[in-house]
Each structure stands twice: as C-alpha cells, then as structure tokens.
Design a protein around this ligand. Structure first.
Ligand code: F6R
Length: 605
C-alpha cells in the first residue's frame, strides 16, 4: 500500500506535494519521492525512509515547478532503498504507482531484450519503460497510455508526467484507489480524499479500469474500454477522510471493496515479491510440536481455516478454540506448543487473557493482529501483522481476509521448514497468492448479482449456510455476518451433518446458502444439496466457475469468475457472503456499521 499525489497548478507545487505526502504516510513510509516539471523536463528528488528525509534532500536541492507528482512507499518489489523509491523514470516518462504488476517479470524480460536498461528492482519501472516505448512509436500520450495499461496484469493506481507536457498528469486506476480533485484553475490526483484534502474537498472517485488526463483546467476521463466518461463530483470532508466513507454508503461497504488493496498489503509483509519467496520468520518452527490458536468471533473462524492448512500442508497438529472457553478450561498444553492469538483489534479481552495465560505457562506466543500497537501485539513474543488498515464497520470484513492471507503464507513457511512442501508446490501456492488481489477484484464485480439475491432475503426470518471442509468455517462466517448486521437468524452447518438434525428445519421458506468450491468434496456436497431440494428447500449456491450445477426455479447459482479457485477459494467465497449480508441489511434498513448491541472492540468479558 503506497500513497500517491499529483498537482497541476499555478504556484510552487513541491511544498504542497510534501504536505499531501505527510497525510499519506499512514500508507507506508519506506521511502518517498517527488517529481516536477522544470522547463519542459521532469526532475526527481527521492529519499529512503520518512518524508522528513525527502525534505532534507529538497532543502539541499530545491525543486521549483507548478506541476508535479509525489509518492510515499510501502515496499513490495525491491528493498526500501533510494533507487527503488518512486517516482520511476524511463526516457520521457516519470511515474508513481500503488499496486503490484503481476506480469512485471515477463514485461521486464521483453523490454530488456529490446535494450531497455533498468535501474531499480521494482515492478513499477516496467510501466515507465513500456509507456516510453509506446511514445517512441509516435503515439499521442493518451493513446500510448491506454496501450500500456492494456498490457498490465495486476493492480495499479498511477500518476504520470511526460517530458515536454507541462500541463498534463495522466492517471489510471485498477484494483488500487485513485481520486481526481477539482480546484480553482488547478487539479489534483490522489490515493484518497485525504491526499487532496489540503487543496480541495471536491472529488471524483475513479472507477475500476478508468484512466484520466488531468490539466489545470479540468479532467478528461475514460472507462476501461477507452470511451469518455464522467464521474460524479462529490463534496467530502477532508479533515478525517481516513475514517470517512468516501464514495461508499457505509464503512462496511468501503471495507469490503478495500480488500484487494488490504490483502495485497498483507501479502507483501510475508512475501518477497521480487524473488517470489516467502520471507523468513522469527520463530523456531522446528522446535514446535503443536499450534494452539485462540480467538473470538470472525477471528476464530480465521483460526479454524488456518487449522486446515497447518495440518494438511505443514503436518503440524493444530487446535483452535474460542478464547472465552479456552481461558477458563485449564487446558493441557505441551511445552512445545506455539500459542497464536488472532485478532483484528488486538484488544479483545478473552483473547488477550488466553494469550497471557499461555505465556505464563512458558509457551512461545505469537499474535496475528491488525492494530500493531495493541495489547496483544505487545504481549506476544512474535508479532505477525495484518495490514487491513483501520476497520471501522463493526462487522469484520477486510480484517478477516487479511488474516486468512497472512496465516496461509505462514503455513507455507512452516510447511517448507518441515520438509513438507516441494519447490514446485511452493512456487504454485505463491503464484496463487499473488493473484489474490486481482481475483478478489473480479469477485467484487459480482455485486449486482448478489444484490439481486439479497432482495429475497430481506423478508426471511431464518437462513441456513452450508459448506464442507475448509469451507465450513466460511459458512459459519457467512451466517455470522448475516445475523450480525441484518438480524436474520442464520445457522451454519457442515453439509454432511444435515441429516443428523438440521434437515428438519428445511422448508420452502428457508433459504439455504451453499458454498460450492471445486474440491474433492463437491460430489458429496451436491448430494447434500439434493437432500435440501427433496424437502422443498430453496438453494442459493456460490460455485467456483467450473462446478457444474443445474439451475432451476429453486436452485440459484452465482459463479465465481475463472475455474477452480484452489487454495484461495475460502477467501474469495468469503467476499460473496460479505456482499450478501451487506445488501440484505441494506434492504432491511438496519444500522449496518453499528449493529444493535455490538461494539467494535470487545475489551470486556
Ligand atoms: C464479527 C466480528 C467479531 C470479531 C470479534 C473478535 O463480524 O467482528 O466477531 O471478530 O469480536 O474481535 P477481534 O478480532 O478484534 O479480536
């Protein structure tokens, strides 16, 4: 997660870029840089570390211009050095980027073969070279930009300067946020409302695939097909844009849509995106014989899912327990157990108490937490951060998917150390993980279909969620989301358990939400679906793209894009269930972000 700003105005731009970057430092501060147009040629200043280091560089080598771009970096591809700091430059092109270009290695090889010389290890630099190459074919800037964008796979928000174009900033967005800010005879591009907050409160939120040409007098916007579009100008309060809803109706909606970004940010904590390898961890995994996960609510379900991976891939026994039970049970733990607390807030009283108890027993302790200064982060010996960013909606969404992504990567590290993962398997899993932000974005595009379903849930009093294997905890999470924010009673069952009792509940009135991944249990799941249909139950099935399920008046199917989703399936299916509960709650008109009787951080028992 990096921060971007661009300004084309009349006065000195660099102090304003710095002002904006300081507000964006929450997105990363491994390095920072600015570029500005000086007499038709772009000049850069960059520094490793925080913005104040960049200010020191600028004090030595001032830059005076009225058009410029800036960036604060959270390193993914390449170490946090000055050479890897943005803006990156190739020929006439200088640009800043937030996101990850998944096909950068192929593009880089192709460009290198054509004689392009690279000065950084970043994925970003290939975009500058590609665009410069397109300009050199004689294409106009906008056309060259579009051709370049079409060659990129992955996520990006971009701001681009071109030598000789002294009143133009090009911008584009796919998978990472970007806004256009409207001023008086002055225009802006930024990662969010906060970035442009010092200059304007009039914002247009670019949509997925949009690109834009910004000049002092306005912005020309285009959609993903290249057709001109207009995006609404909205008035925001910039003072606290970080904790504001921006273009969304609720924080929960915003947080659901932030998942490609937050998952990517979390992945880069554990994965070296240059080498494609998982980063080493400060835990002597070899000394362990068991993992004990403690957590509450949604975080507990993340732990349940992690257990499947820890046992299947790493072959290490793993127990998962609700913290409020664990802490009062006097559990028998072996001294070689690693106790792992999973928590968004890092403050949940029961989870914290369980962690403290484990520590007092002499166990090794780790905490997977989103608030890095929290009590659990300080209490545990090892901190495994997630990078969901602030989660304001009481119902946990992006914290959960980042927990799943982080825990899965840790499993791979452990599995490798225990000699349970071949190099080919590791490469395949890591490649899958790298495609996760992109795939999440594609799942988000199913929202209109999910919304249409949600209308049929609004007048229901009960719903049943079914899953099998690793998707059973996902069914539990789906049911929790629905009851929590729409107040519709929902139960989740492992589908094979239906006939042992819950089938008695099924009638024409009970929607049965089924998670149907293409895994080894799919045929068994289909039999369970037949059991539901035979009792008159109506099925709402979320299926992997290549699962064959016949649709009918009472069997509705939404297919996730692509074929089988493999190891990523639980994460991607979660996103559909989040959207379902969100829209059901909208239909019912409940207080989505602050559901009755609940609180975000449960610091009491
Ligand atoms: C459900 C939800 C809660 C939390 C639980 C634990 O949507 O948000 O179930 O998951 O209260 O909170 P943390 O993760 O902060 O320990």
């Amino acid at each position: 997660m990096c921060g971007i700003i661009g300004v084309t105005g009349n006065g000195p731009v660099v102090p304003r870029l710095i002002d904006s970057l300081k507000r964006l430092e929450y997105r990363g501060y491994d390095s920072a840089g600015v570029a500005a147009m000086v007499d038709g040629a772009v000049e850069r200043r960059r520094a490793q570390g925080k913005i104040r280091n960049l200010e020191a560089v600028l004090a030595e080598q001032p830059l005076t211009a009225s058009v410029g771009i800036g960036h604060t970096r959270w390193a993914t591809h390449g170490a946090p050095t000055t050479a890897n700091a943005h803006p990156h430059k190739a020929g006439r092109v200088t640009l800043v980027h937030n996101g990850i270009i998944e096909n950068f290695a192929e593009l880089k090889a192709e460009l290198a073969a054509e004689g392009h010389v690279f000065e950084s290890q970043t994925d970003t630099e290939v975009i500058a070279h590609l665009l410069d190459a397109e300009l050199n074919t004689g294409r106009a800037p906008l056309e060259a930009f579009k051709v370049t964008l079409d060659r990129l796979t992955g996520a990006y928000a971009l701001a681009v300067l071109i030598d000789g174009q002294d009143d133009l900033i090009l911008g584009a967005r796919r998978g990472s946020p970007l806004v256009v800010g409207w001023g008086e005879d002055e225009m802006y591009l930024g990662s969010d409302a906060l970035a442009v907050g010092p200059f304007t409160q009039k914002i247009s939120y670019l949509e997925e695939g949009d690109y834009v040409a910004v000049t002092r007098s306005g912005a020309q916007m285009f959609d993903v097909t290249g057709s001109p579009v207009e995006r609404a100008v909205v008035q925001v309060s910039a003072s606290s844009a970080m904790v504001e809803k921006g273009e969304y109706r609720h924080f929960m909606e915003k947080e659901i849509h932030e998942q490609p970004d937050s998952v990517q940010h979390t992945l880069s904590e554990y994965l070296d995106l240059v080498t494609g390898k998982a980063k080493p961890q400060a835990v002597d995994f070899a000394a362990l014989d068991r993992i004990q996960i403690v957590a509450c609510g949604t975080a507990f379900y993340a732990g349940q899912i992690a257990r499947y991976a820890f046992e299947k891939l790493a072959g290490l026994p793993c127990d998962v327990e609700i913290a409020s039970e664990f802490r009062y049970r006097s559990p028998a733990v072996s001294p070689r157990t690693l106790a792992v607390a999973v928590s968004q807030s890092g403050e949940t009283a029961d989870t914290l108490a369980s962690l403290t108890w484990c520590k007092a027993q002499g166990l090794k302790t780790a905490a997977v937490v989103n608030v890095h200064s929290s009590s659990m982060a300080r209490e545990a010996e090892v901190l495994w951060p997630t990078h969901a960013g602030p989660e304001i909606g009481v119902a946990s969404t992006k914290a959960f998917t980042t927990q799943l992504a982080g825990l899965f990567l840790l499993t791979l590290v452990l599995a490798k150390l225990r000699g349970r993962l071949t190099a080919e398997q590791e490469t395949a899993y890591l490649a899958e993980l790298r495609s996760l932000p992109n795939k999440t974005q594609k799942v988000l595009a199913l929202e209109p279909q999910v919304e249409a379903w949600s209308q049929r849930f609004a007048n229901k009093h009960h719903a049943l969620f079914l899953g099998r294997g690793v998707h059973y905890p996902i069914a539990l999470e789906g049911a929790l989301k629905l009851k929590e924010i729409s107040y519709i009673h929902a139960e989740a069952y492992p589908a094979g358990e239906l006939k042992h009792g819950p089938l008695a509940l099924v009638d024409e009135d009970m929607p049965v939400v089924t998670i149907a991944p293409n895994d080894q249990l799919i045929e068994k799941l289909k039999s369970n679906m037949q059991e539901v249909r035979a009792r008159g139950g109506e099925l709402y099935v979320f299926a992997d793209g290549d699962v064959h399920i016949e649709e009918s008046a009472f069997v509705h199917v939404i297919r996730l894009p692509g074929g089988s989703n493999g190891a990523l399936s639980p994460i991607l299916h979660t996103v559909t269930l989040q959207m379902l509960s969100y829209h059901a709650a909208l239909q019912k008109g409940t207080d989505v972000d602050k559901p009755r009787n609940l609180a975000k951080s449960v610091t009491v028992e």
